[in-house]
Design a protein around this ligand. Structure first.
Ligand SMILES: Cc1cc2nc3c(=O)[nH]c(=O)nc-3n(C[C@H](O)[C@H](O)[C@H](O)COP(=O)(O)O)c2cc1C
Length: 352
């Protein structure tokens, strides 16, 4: 069965124009990443997880804040925490900042998060997990979605028992990354479990994990009955993967395209995070963009060693002069949007 990835689908009343969702990734899913994802064909984009603890510790203003642009919609903002009333309050803030969906993180496997009773540990505490979903769903009028792993320990199938209860509590969509928290990113995502979850609930399920090509996306949708696939690592420094998955006619990028997208990404990220934070943040993206045989290893290493973002730009343009033209076209077509600032700290912890 071939599934058209361009068919719109819905989470309650939110229409999502394609079956490709850009994954929330801490330390990655900045506004530039989300806008780019939409531009390349993702029907829905997600913020990285934002900490509800920020509400209780309003002074901890060290991590930067989520900025939402007008052209990101539909957008899910993901929150994590363990206290239902605090999560409800965070959800209200997220809704008033303009999110189309509030997404709850029950997937983060990182110890710093799980030890606070948040993230994937909630799969082992279904009563609390349901209380969180119910409190959040009560607090907002936008749909609430949940993103989860399959469970905590080897072989766990907790998501299958918890999932339907979360729906009863008020979740309008579930995303499953069918690895256990213990697995982190090892082994393979077992989408047989996704198929089982789809059978158990009558709301849209999104399949996350190891979706790296159009063929894999088609196969996962056909085998699981999921409403959409989520793409994470394959899109890091590689929006063309989203294009390839979402659209039949997507073209391979030229070196000019790659350098121009990278510079646009750098400029937008500086606007969002400020020069200082962006400088360190961007380093991992140089390797991601310029890898995959697109540029030589010594060139990538040279860029990472450069001190300022301006130096990186200059060096990129010297290597690929045609990128200037490609960049001005992109900046003309996709000018920076108006930004809404959401006053919640962005998590420094990765994983989900
Ligand atoms: C660097 C990184 C950060 C992540 N951060 C989050 C997060 O904040 N929230 C979340 O739900 N999942 C997070 N995830 C999990 C992804 O959303 C996704 O479920 C997972 O990477 C599997 O999909 P993939 O194989 O397409 O990468 C993160 C993954 C990575 C690699």
């Amino acid at each position: 069965m071939r599934i058209d990835l361009q068919t719109p689908w819905r989470i309650r009343d939110v229409e999502i124009p394609s079956r490709v969702v850009l994954a929330p990734m801490a330390g990655v899913s900045v506004q530039a990443f989300r806008r780019q994802g939409r531009r390349f064909g993702a029907g829905l984009v997600c913020s990285e997880m934002v900490s509800c603890a920020g509400l209780q510790h309003r002074n901890e203003r060290t991590l930067g804040y989520l900025k939402i642009a007008a052209d990101e919609h539909p957008l899910a903002v993901q929150i994590f925490g363990s206290e239902p009333p605090v999560m409800a309050e965070a959800a209200r803030m997220v809704e008033s900042a303009g999110a189309d969906l509030v997404d709850i993180n029950f997937g983060c496997p990182v110890r710093k998060v799980t030890k606070t009773g948040a993230g994937a540990t909630l799969l082992e505490d279904p009563a609390r997990a349901c209380a969180i979903v119910a409190a959040v769903a009560d607090a907002v009028s936008v749909p609430v979605s949940v993103k989860m792993r399959r469970g905590l320990e080897d072989g766990s199938r907790a998501a299958l028992s918890v999932g339907p209860r979360l729906v009863e509590a008020g979740a309008s969509s579930l995303t499953i990354h069918p690895r256990t928290a213990k697995q982190m990113y090892t082994g393979a995502a077992d989408h047989a479990l996704t198929a089982e979850l789809v059978e158990l609930v009558d709301i849209p399920v999104v399949a996350s994990g190891d979706i790296t090509s159009r063929a894999r996306a088609q196969a996962a949708l056909a085998a699981t009955g999921a409403a959409a696939v989520m793409v994470g690592r394959a899109a890091q420094g590689n929006p063309w993967a989203i294009g390839e998955i979402a659209r039949e006619d997507a073209a391979e990028p030229t070196r000019e395209d790659v350098a121009a997208e990278l510079v646009l990404f750098m400029r937008e990220t500086v606007r969002e995070l400020g020069e200082h934070r962006a400088t360190g943040f961007l380093k991992k993206f140089y390797g991601w963009y310029l890898g995959r045989g697109r540029f030589s290893k010594p060139f990538k290493q040279e860029l990472v060693r450069l001190e300022t973002i301006a130096d990186v730009e200059t060096r990129l343009f010297a290597e690929v002069p045609g990128a200037r033209f490609a960049l001005s076209r992109l900046e003309r077509e996709f000018p920076a949007g108006d930004e809404v600032l959401l006053d919640l700290p962005i998590s420094i912890y990765g994983g989900g």
